[in-house]
Ligand binder design. Structure first.
Ligand code: SF4
Ligand code: SF4
Length: 435
């Protein structure tokens, strides 16, 4: 694609420099890399992790599926807020948040730096990839390969942070022994590294274009007002044969004519590019973001079968508020410990005298608790222990044996009472049939 005279007089690197110095570009980079930093910090700071044996860990608390208000409330609030996001800002997630896009953009820029801009694979197959003759040296290939391998090794550590404690991941990196680490973790990490390497070395934006179902999912929530790029038709004569915005777009869209269901990810790079062209004349560019109905060239509203943002928000906002309220209520009433009493397993027809008292500490901190039995004579039962101690989040089973000889024949309701050292207490009622 060729640029007009005024454009070709200004060196390309100057455009990019100007574009980076102002406008959306630094915000875009800040958002993309900020998200990567947040993805790393979330498990490191203990905000959220996954424990395969017990569910989610939020702020060093185990969240079980039985914590219904927290789990359901969170997902309802999260899903509703995502629908609000897709309905208002469109596929902005892809442009400003998605790590796949961030890593692909980084890999493309590293490739351009070491092998030339034509070395980046064009997934539209309009042009073949080729290495710039001046850059086809072994040291350029070696530097690029080294960068890709280091990047893949770092990327592969991120999923581990969500399944292992930060201390365990540190032990893994520094080759120290740690009981938390699974024996097969090195293999799992090697597979993650290989997948990450293939992704950033070859696949890159191919995922965004042809494989990403999430992008399609976001399209389902488009409204007639969703954020989109608009071109100032009153000044379109200023474009001439300039094509800078279109050549800047990594998705090969012409930003002057976007459609409801095109691949535009609202990244804003075309807007920055056009602004940079008009900087010297102290004029704004011809492109901008608009939240509202799309318009025809004569300014009339484009007809659309899509609902408006307002209509969508009318039913999504209550769902969000319900979810947020349930989540908050669940957090306020969160149970840090769990008590349940089960009958011991005996052959059918035989009398049950043993019970299993199951206690769980859901907090990743030490806890001391006291067990007591109510509504049974003191000499009619034995407990394997009355004092329960946990070093961290874990489960314990305490054995309760009931001696029928000290009870009248018939049904007895007894209560198992648990009191933690921080004052938290709960109880569990169980029936016992004395024969
Ligand atoms: S919108 Fe801006 S960047 Fe795009 S062709 Fe017109 S002047 Fe060039
Ligand atoms: S048209 Fe502009 S905003 Fe849309 S993807 Fe291309 S560069 Fe980004």
């Amino acid at each position: 694609m060729r640029s007009n005279q005024s454009v070709t007089r200004i060196p390309l690197h100057s455009f990019i420099k100007q574009a980076r110095a102002r406008g959306i570009d630094w915000k875009l980079a800040g958002s993309r890399y900020g998200v990567i930093i947040a993805i790393i910090l979330i498990p490191v700071l203990g905000i959220f992790r996954i424990d395969v044996s017990s569910g989610f860990i939020v702020l060093d608390r185990q969240i079980w599926f039985s914590d219904f208000h927290i789990v359901f409330g969170f997902w309802l609030a999260f899903a509703s807020s995502m629908i609000i996001l897709y309905s208002t800002l469109g596929t902005v997630f892809c442009g400003w948040v998605c790590p796949q896009n961030t890593f692909s953009a980084w890999a493309n820029s590293a490739t351009k730096k070491h092998l030339g801009k034509k070395a980046v694979i064009d997934w539209d197959a309009e042009k073949d990839a080729s290495v710039a003759s001046g850059k086809n040296h072994w040291n350029n290939w070696a530097w690029l390969s080294l960068k890709m391998i280091i990047a893949a090794m770092l990327i592969a550590l991120i999923p581990l942070l969500y399944f292992q404690s930060p201390g365990a991941v540190w032990s893994f990196i520094t080759f120290q022994k740690n009981e938390e680490l699974a024996g097969s973790l090195h293999w799992i990490y090697t597979v993650f590294t290989f997948i990450a390497l293939v992704n950033i070395a070859v696949v890159r934006h191919f995922v965004c274009r042809y494989m990403c179902i999430y992008r399609m999912w976001q399209f389902l929530f488009q409204t007639s007002d969703t954020l989109h790029v608009v071109h100032d038709k009153n000044r379109q004569s200023e474009c001439g044969t300039c094509n800078f915005c279109a050549t800047t777009c990594t998705l090969d869209i012409d930003p002057r004519d976007t459609n409801v269901y095109d691949s535009c990810i609202n990244c804003g790079e075309c807007i920055t590019a056009c602004n940079s062209l008009h900087d010297k004349d102290n004029k704004p560019g011809l492109l901008g973001f608009k939240l509202g109905p799309r318009r025809n060239t004569d300014g009339t509203k484009k007809t659309s079968n899509l609902v408006s943002v307002k209509t969508r928000l009318i039913w999504v906002t209550p769902a969000f508020l319900i979810g947020a309220s349930l989540f908050t209520w669940g957090l306020v009433n969160y149970n840090p410990y769990h008590l349940a009493v089960y009958r011991g397993e005996v052959p059918r027809g035989e009398k049950i005298q043993d019970y299993k008292i199951h206690i769980a500490n859901k907090l990743y901190q030490a806890a001391e608790m006291k067990l007591s039995i109510e509504n049974l004579p003191e000499n009619s039962y034995t407990l394997s222990t009355e004092n329960v101690f946990f070093e961290t989040a874990a489960r314990q089973d305490i054995k309760l044996h009931i001696i029928d000889e000290y009870l009248k024949p018939g049904l007895h309701t007894f209560t198992v009472h648990l009191t933690a050292d921080n004052g938290w207490e709960t109880s569990y009622k169980q029936l016992h049939l004395a024969k």
